[in-house]
Ligand binder design. Structure first.
Ligand SMILES: *Cc1c(COP(=O)(O)O)cnc(C)c1O
Length: 376
């Protein structure tokens, strides 16, 4: 019997438990210790993020961003509809109305050509999502933000080690959020990071991170006692999580090379077949890079997608579709009063993700490609 090829398999570098043991033996396992600082410094140096704070998830990093952006009842926040619920949720909790934007035709990213029409006097922020780690058109978004005095919070959950015109994603917006969930390139089980590029938010971010206290500045000796000074929550992960993450960061380059290689193999192997079958492969715009986060295809119909999923499943290969447009979700559809979002709906119905993980072998890849190109 052939063995199952899962959609995702979390990759372990081998050093995770070594560093966890080190953290445990150090006697300091709560947050903001040595491993947390090592990870944060790594990101700040490697990608020129002004300030990094590890969080318990990307969702939590976005929660922090929504608090820092001072989003209130009556504010509007523009979010693509084709995204994970976490992109919208923190802003809804702050009382905002979400204005859902459509995706572009060529990528699932937010369509900047339709963005300005969504801005009103109540708009406070835009939250672009770099889908599959491929950059949104950030110059256009930042220009609009400057023109209307809006904040830009990048949902860079999938976008580690990816670039826009040479600039690291997560370093362009006022703030950005990354995920280290086990389905992402660099993982810690659950985990995330807020990056703050606008220095107006740095000091307050540390306070919100540590339950509304000025504990971080106390430990730097900047204040002589610490106490409750603001709102916040317990957004910081334990050192056990940070130790795991550190093991991953040491192998970042190796992981990225392998993932991009797999991506390229899919692209080359499926190119001709896709044209024949009227299936679209991912487009990487000139201004963007590919970080090997995801390989997806966009089928010509929901029926075609279902047939491909079934055929792969029959051969023990697990492929999965992705988001259901948020504006049409059970939680939101009754509240939705905006326009139709045809591209978002098309990706909902037609986008299919293929297995992509570090340990996917050349033989497995070849067999997946072979099965696909024999599909008609
Ligand atoms: C994975 C993901 C999230 C959520 O990340 P968590 O770390 O699980 O909270 C948010 N947005 C996007 C686009 C994602 O892909």
């Amino acid at each position: 019997m052939e063995s199952i090829i899962p959609f995702n398999k979390p990759y372990l570098t081998g050093k995770e438990t070594t560093y966890i043991l080190e953290a445990v033996n150090s006697g300091k396992i709560s947050g903001n210790g040595i491993f947390t600082k090592k990870c944060q410094n790594f990101f700040e140096e490697m990608y020129q993020f002004k300030k990094c704070l590890l969080t318990t998830s990307c969702t939590d990093a976005l929660e922090m961003a929504a608090i820092l952006a001072d989003i209130k009842e009556g504010d509007e926040v523009i979010v693509p509809s084709y995204t994970f619920v976490s992109t919208a949720l923190p802003f809804i909790r702050q009382g905002a109305k979400i204005i859902f934007a459509d995706s572009e035709t060529v990528t699932p990213n937010i369509d900047v050509a339709k963005l300005e029409a969504l801005i009103t006097g109540k708009t406070k922020a835009i939250v672009p999502v770099h889908y599959a780690g491929v950059a949104c058109d950030m110059d256009a978004i930042m220009d609009l933000a400057a023109k209307y005095n809006l904040l830009v919070i990048e949902d860079a959950a999938q976008a580690i080690d990816s670039f826009y015109k040479g600039k690291p994603l997560g370093s362009i917006g006022h703030m950005a959020a990354f995920s280290f969930h086990e389905t992402k390139n660099i993982i810690s089980g659950e985990g995330g990071m807020l990056t703050i590029n606008d220095k107006r938010f740095v000091e307050r971010a540390e306070v919100i991170w540590e339950k509304g206290t000025n504990r971080a500045s106390f430990f730097r000796g900047e204040v002589n006692k610490y106490g409750w000074v603001d709102t916040g929550s317990s957004f910081l992960p334990s050192e056990i999580i940070a130790a795991f993450l550190w093991a991953q960061l040491e192998k970042l380059e190796k992981i990225q090379i392998q993932r991009k290689k797999i991506w390229e193999t899919y692209y080359t192997g499926l190119k001709n077949w896709a044209v024949e079958k009227n299936i679209k492969l991912p487009t990487i715009p000139d201004y963007a890079t590919n970080n090997g986060h995801m390989f997806y295809i966009v089928c010509s119909s929901v029926e075609q997608r279902s047939a491909i999923i079934a055929k792969l499943k029959d051969k023990q290969i697990l492929s999965v579709f992705h988001y259901l447009s948020l504006h049409a979700s059970p939680y939101y559809m009754d509240k939705y009063d905006g326009e139709e979002l045809p591209n978002s709906d098309r990706y909902t119905n037609c986008l299919l993700r293929l297995p992509l993980y570090f340990e996917l072998t050349q033989d497995q890849l070849d067999s997946i490609i072979k099965i696909l190109v024999s599909f008609d």
